[in-house]
Ligand binder design. Structure first.
Ligand SMILES: *Cc1c(COP(=O)(O)O)cnc(C)c1O
Length: 375
């Protein structure tokens, strides 16, 4: 909660559920990260929060952008970012979208298999390509799993093939998984990437860039390593594995830039003790479909603040307002909320500026998308 948010709530009493987002905090987060990673170019992962004020703020601060779709590219351009500052980072792209992005001036694309390379060679001739490798996502609260990345052993052949098909092999990318809590995962990934740089050097190709993805964790309700510790671990690994042959570094933070700048404000719709259960059920006006999708498997556990804090904490299940049985936020995470909490009271989800508003459904059960206020 920031003074700007407090003032906004006091003055306008916004209808809930809504996201309040303090752009000053976003700018602070960007400046802190950029200062901590002076050797890296920051490519903000647009999917974390693609709202125009967020992109404009970051564009003004000099950020680059990691876009996953043509629509995200358009948003970055509209926010004032030059095409040279935007990378098309999704490894899964329609050929028509590659062509459209290329026509807009996008020149850096990520791929992870020969079939995607074929599309790029046709639709983005001469463009720079980065090969994404699969790395272990253990320790990530929101893993990206097996969906992306070639085997590290396949990367050099693919990058040689890229050159053979008229593309410019630029580098290697990985993502250790979002909300990564195990600092050793960066070391393993950077070590694997360094081996690919060596293999390609032996084959006559000097790669220029290592893209270290995102994954820097945010201090939600569960304990995680501090951001500064994660950055230090990354820097030490880069020095260990690349030494004085340091490539240009791209970093793609999403969560650690946007999350702490926002909070979701909601209201209790119903609170009741269910017969035969020793927990209280608190139903809010926001749930999984209203923007809190990262509560799937209770993966992301937001710090929760309520109007009745200071009362008598009791075991509580938190659920959304829809008629869907899956719309339960927290049942096993062990939240204890005040027994005094009742209908009409406000409940706030802190650090909810990333991966919330753009996840909210267009109107499941008649509940509209999350309202957003950028302050
Ligand atoms: C989602 C994503 C990111 C951002 O990850 P965070 O954990 O939010 O920092 C970065 N790069 C790629 C390719 C992504 O898909």
């Amino acid at each position: 909660m920031t003074p700007k948010m407090e003032e906004f709530i006091a003055r306008f009493r916004p209808e809930t559920p809504c996201l309040l987002f303090d752009l000053d905090l976003l700018a602070d987060n960007y400046r802190r990260l950029a200062a901590a990673l002076p050797m890296a170019e920051i490519y903000y992962a647009v999917k974390a929060n693609p709202a125009a004020p967020v992109l404009q703020t970051l564009a003004t601060l000099g950020s680059n952008f990691d876009a996953a779709s043509l629509a995200e590219i358009d948003r970055c351009l509209a926010a004032g970012a030059d095409a040279s500052r935007i990378a098309f980072g999704n490894t899964i792209k329609k050929q028509s979208d590659i062509a459209a992005a290329f026509a807009l001036g996008i020149r850096v694309f990520t791929f992870d298999c020969a079939e995607e390379l074929e599309k790029l060679a046709i639709a983005a001739p001469g463009a720079s390509v980065i090969c994404r490798i699969f790395v272990d996502n253990d320790g990530a609260r929101w893993p990206l799993g097996a969906k992306f990345g070639c085997a590290a052993g396949a990367a050099s052949d693919l990058l040689v093939k890229a050159q053979g098909s008229g593309l410019a092999p630029l580098g290697v990318a990985f993502h250790v998984g979002s909300q990564q809590t195990d600092l050793a995962s960066w070391d393993m990934a950077i070590g694997q990437a360094a081996m690919i740089f060596t293999e390609l050097r032996e084959r006559g190709i000097e790669l220029a860039t290592l893209n270290i993805g995102g994954g820097v964790p945010v201090a939600y309700a569960q304990e995680v390593p501090e951001e500064a510790a994660a950055i230090t671990a990354i820097q030490q690994s880069l020095a260990r594995h690349f030494g004085n042959r340091m490539p240009a570094i791209m970093a793609e933070p999403g969560r650690c830039l946007a999350a702490t700048a926002g909070m979701v404000r909601s209201e209790v719709v119903l609170a009741t003790q269910r017969d035969g259960q020793d927990v209280r059920w608190v139903y809010l006006d926001i749930g999984k479909f209203g923007g809190l999708a990262e509560t799937i498997d209770e993966a992301i556990q937001y710090p929760i603040v309520t109007e009745r804090d200071g009362g008598n904490p009791v075991p509580t299940v938190l659920a959304g307002p829809t008629c869907d049985g899956a719309d339960v936020l927290y049942q096993i995470a062990g939240y204890q909320l005040p027994a005094e909490l009742g209908a009409g009271d406000w409940v706030e989800f802190r650090h909810a500026g990333a991966y919330t508003a753009s996840y909210s459904s267009v109107g499941f059960n008649g509940f509209g998308p999350l309202k957003e206020y950028y302050l």
